[in-house]
Each structure stands twice: as C-alpha cells, then as structure tokens.
Design a protein around this ligand. Structure first.
Ligand code: GLC
Length: 422
C-alpha cells in the first residue's frame, strides 16, 4: 500500500489551510474539532511539529469557560450551511456553539509518547503542558455542563455534538423538537453530494431548530442544559470521554501535575455508566434524559466500551456476541448501525456506513482488551476499504462503495496511523 500512504499524505497536505486542516475542501471547508484530533495522528507519522500545530490551533478557539467548539470558522466560505452568521457565537474567531466528541486528550497522549520515544521530550514539554491545561479545562466544562443528571456520562444537546449526526439514536428524542418556526434555508451539503447519502429534510430542520434555540439563549451553556429540547446521554461521547480522562490522567502523571480531579471524574463515570446499558437488548446505547428511554440500538458506538476501558465480563460477552453476529453479515466491519435492524441503510451516513475513525477507536479498544483477532479484522477491513475504494468519508459495509465526500482528511489520517498494528 505504499502508493496509498503517499496519497494519504498528499490529501492531508492538500487539505491543510495553514495551521489547520479541513475535513474535505468542498463539503466541510472549516476546522472541525474531532476531525483535527484524528488528523494530528496522521501528521504525526511524517511531520511531528505539524501534528501538534493542528491541536494547538483548535485550542486557540477555546472559550474562556473551557468549552471547545465543534467548528472554527477561520475564514469565510460559502460552501457550507449553517455558517458563522447563523451560529452568531460572538467569538473571534467565529465558532459554533456546540462541542464534539472529546477524543483530543487521547491523541495528545499519543503525540506526547511518540515525541518521548523519538527522544524529543525537551522540545515538546512546554507544548504538552499548555495543551494539558486546555484539555483539563475542556473536560471540566463537560463535567459541569454536559452531565445534568450526574450520571458520569455526556449529555449531548445537539445530534451534531455526538459526531454521528443522523444516527437513529436521535429519532425518538428528536420528536420533541419544534420545527414549525425554522423558516426557509438552503442546504449546501446536498448540492455537493447525493441526497441519498445525507440526512433528511426533517433531520436538518431539527438541527437548525436546535441551533436557533442555542443562539436565542446566547450560547449560555448552563441555561441550555436546563431547558434544551434535546438532551440525550450519548454512548459514543460518554465512552470517549471516559477513555480521554484515563489518558489525561496518564498525561498528568507524566507531566508531574495533580490528577485528583481527573481521577474523580473517572470514578464517577465508572459508577454511573451503567445508565447506558440496555438490559433487554443487551447492548450499550444512548438514553434520552428527558424521558429516561434507552434507544435500544446496536451502533458502532456501542462497541466503544472496550476503548473506554470498561472490563465487565457480562456486558463484554454480550458485545462480543453482537460483534460476531454482525461480522457474519457484512463484508466490512464495523457498520454504524446493526445490519439486522430494519432501519439499516448501507450508504446513508450514520445509519449503516463504516467510518474509519470509529473503527480506529473500536480496534484499539478490542486489542487492549485482548480480543486480538477481532481487532485485526477491524483494522484490515478499514485498510481494505481504503485500498479498494479510496479515501472516502465513509463506506458501505456490504459492498465497500464510498459514501459522502472523497479525499477525506480523517480517512487519510487513519490509513497513516494504521500502517502498522497497535
Ligand atoms: C459530519 C460528521 C462529523 C464530522 C463532520 C466533519 O458532520 O458526522 O462527525 O466531524 O462531518 O467531517
């Protein structure tokens, strides 16, 4: 795959806008939060300094209260809707008012350990300390403003916050969003891509209604947490934050910083995360905080329990059984929705397609938990998709066809990061 790795590097370089990387030049022409974290992993394989700059630029857009936005609008671009004027966050640089899965601490730990292994600790120590402070403040913001029930989980206030925009997990909770005053707007995504691969009009109306709600509240996060019409404890973000806190604690120890506050967050999550276990469907899944109802869906995010470091024999066994059942049904693991679910659609975004970044997390989690063969299946399927189809945003788990944009930064980054197992 040498040729593919050269192409992957070329994609990152082409999508580099000088200090930050766009996910895709046409469909997503700004800086996205968790995309940048994964992109840094890719850069780290050939340009260490540039990898650090990617995360540092994201944190330059951090708000005073610790919040890190899901989009940073470093420059104008008409190719995306809703742009900075719709969000109206009042910040410089302009940003959105919601966040995204906090994968960055895990990646910063990896960057730090890679610098250490290369004998460059001195050159990166001060930069690691500065990022540690930003990450700590962001994770504190999660603890303060995204866990209103005190369950030790992450409550998403917008489907976009979860990074899994149109997952069926948001269908029932989304019904309580009033879309009658959304007004007219022109989507840009369906101008670039086949509408069959994208969220529906109703879903977009809900996304916009929530943006309008947050903007009317002046992006006051405590106020939004009290009254937002969408409040869902997201299994993906909850597992990712638990994992990220473990990595942040390891960083604290490596840098000689106090880790007590982080250890307390981990303990709270370990005690509370069972809120996201659905005993009837025997799966980890999201739960609507407003109704208490569990989604019951087996999604790719359900398999992040291994990555989160949960080691519970009963739920592990159930998740491994789901994994093996699904692995027998698809050519490429891991579909974003259970193919046995009637709502499964092989190319519609988060209702079926495989996402390389989610696979990277699932694969690492499985390997760490000792499930090596399954981990290797996830890694080799991901690389096969890229080799056979290209660097698409996502892929059909059945025939490997590309879904969404091509020349996608985070897909290129995962190809580079996964050149060798581990
Ligand atoms: C879509 C994805 C989200 C990603 C963004 C940019 O909104 O659902 O996870 O961060 O595109 O790639």
């Amino acid at each position: 795959m040498t040729q593919d790795f050269n192409t992957a590097r070329a994609i990152l370089e082409a999508n580099d806008r000088g200090g930050y990387t766009v996910p895709n030049g046409r469909v997503y022409p700004f800086q996205w939060n968790w995309d940048s974290a994964f992109v840094a992993l890719g850069f780290d394989t050939f340009d260490r300094d540039r990898a650090w700059i990617e995360i540092e630029s994201l944190f330059r857009a951090q708000w005073p209260g610790g919040f890190v936005p899901h989009i940073v609008f470093w420059q104008e671009d008409e190719g995306y809707f809703p742009g900075p004027g719709v969000w109206d966050s009042g910040r410089t640089p302009p940003t959105s008012g919601i966040t995204q899965p906090p994968v960055a601490a895990t990646i910063v730990r990896k960057l730090w350990e890679s610098a250490l292994a290369a004998g460059q600790a001195d050159a990166y120590q001060a930069r690691a300390e500065a990022l540690f402070d930003g990450l700590l403040a962001w994770h504190r913001w999660f603890a303060d403003h995204r866990d209103p029930g005190g369950h030790g989980v992450v409550v998403a206030m917008h489907p976009w916050e979860t990074g899994r925009d149109n997952s069926p997990e948001w269908d029932a909770p989304g019904e309580s969003i009033d879309v009658s005053n959304v007004g007219d707007y022109v989507r840009r995504d369906t101008g670039h891509l086949d509408a069959k691969m994208r969220p529906t009009k109703l879903e977009y109306d809900r996304y916009l209604a929530l943006v309008q709600f947050g903007r009317a509240a002046g992006w006051d996060h405590p106020a939004i947490a009290r009254s937002n019409p969408f409040q869902v404890a997201d299994v993906g973000m909850s597992m990712i934050l638990l994992r990220a806190n473990r990595d942040l604690l390891a960083l604290a120890q490596a840098l000689g910083r106090d880790g007590d506050e982080i250890a307390a967050w981990i303990a709270r999550a370990e005690a509370g995360i069972h809120y996201l276990w659905d005993g009837e469907r025997r799966t980890w899944c999201s739960r609507d905080l407003r109704t208490g109802r569990s989604s019951g869906y087996v999604t790719s995010a359900s398999f992040l329990s291994f990555y989160a470091g949960l080691r519970d024999p009963q739920s592990d066994e159930a998740m491994l059984a789901h994994f093996d059942r699904i692995a027998g049904r698809v050519r490429y693991m891991v579909p974003s929705l259970d193919p046995d679910d009637p709502g499964f659609q092989m190319i519609r975004y988060w209702r079926g397609p495989v996402w390389a970044v989610v696979n990277w997390m699932i694969g690492h989690g499985l390997a760490e938990a000792g499930h090596r063969a399954r981990a290797e299946r996830v890694r080799s399927d991901t690389l096969a998709l890229i080799r056979d189809t290209g660097f698409y945003e996502a892929f059909s788990p059945l025939d490997g066809s590309g879904s969404g944009g091509d020349d996608f930064s985070w897909t290129a980054a995962i190809a580079l990061a996964w050149q060798t197992p581990g």
